[in-house]
Write a protein that binds this ligand. Sequence first.
Ligand code: SAM
Length: 273
Amino acid sequence: MPVESAYTYKTAEEPNEKTRLDDLHIALREFQNSQKDFAPEIYAIPPKRILDMGCGSGAWAFDAAKNFPDAEVVAADAAETLQESSLPGNMRFQQADVTKPLPFEPASFDIVHARLLFIHVPNAEDALRRTADLVKKGGWLFIEDIDFYKAIQTGGPTVSKVLSIWTKIAESRGADPSFGSKIEPVVRSMEFLSDVRVQKVMIPLCNASSASPELAKVGAGVRLTLARLATDWGETFTEQGITRELAREYTSEMESGSFDIFLENDFVWARRR
Ligand SMILES: C[S@@+](CC[C@H](N)C(=O)[O-])C[C@H]1O[C@@H](n2cnc3c(N)ncnc32)[C@H](O)[C@@H]1O
């Protein structure tokens, strides 16, 4: 993927990034499993074909392949993040860029999932529509994404500063780091979708004592992953102002517990009519 890509993180081909995504997946899975009403209808179909768009390390797709051994699971990403030889028999990898026409038949998947993808891509609304069009009649679209601006509003001064610089870099590449909170209106505007369900979760990055244990664990996981990202950014975006020293201050501010810092994560699922 070229350096000027809208995607400002390292890709999951890098071992540290793979670990970051796998750890975050486990925390989010435990949180979702702890919610009795979390999207039970999605998996009740039962699914024959499942797509994970922007799969990264493939953690979500590996789980889907295990949970639905009779389904074919396609993990897709713009970067070559998975090797065919490491995949179970019912899972395959497909290189696909969600900003371009996709190499899949419209209406060909029972479940189409994308997590932490659309905040990173230019023209996210078009990309989301293109992705939603892959859902079969009666199947489910399931999108999970973040609104980084909420963290800028709630964060301590250094967290706000670093995230403001990062969001400007992402915006200059055409991405919308607040897209998580725009998923619901975009999904509701798609007439071929119905039964739109939404959960907006404020993830506490510190001072999580009022959160459930599972949500506090997601918060701790996200805090760790943001610290790892800041270290990466301190190597890549020094000229834009994210120096290694600033990245270190940002991490200690999050760990200090002196500020209430929240990140909004929107979970949206909808059925194709
Ligand atoms: C933050 S990671 C999330 C990975 C995975 N969905 C998860 O939740 O663990 C974002 C992923 O989106 C991929 N990506 C970025 N731009 C993309 C594009 N235009 N088309 C498809 N994938 C893209 C990246 O390569 C990366 O693997």
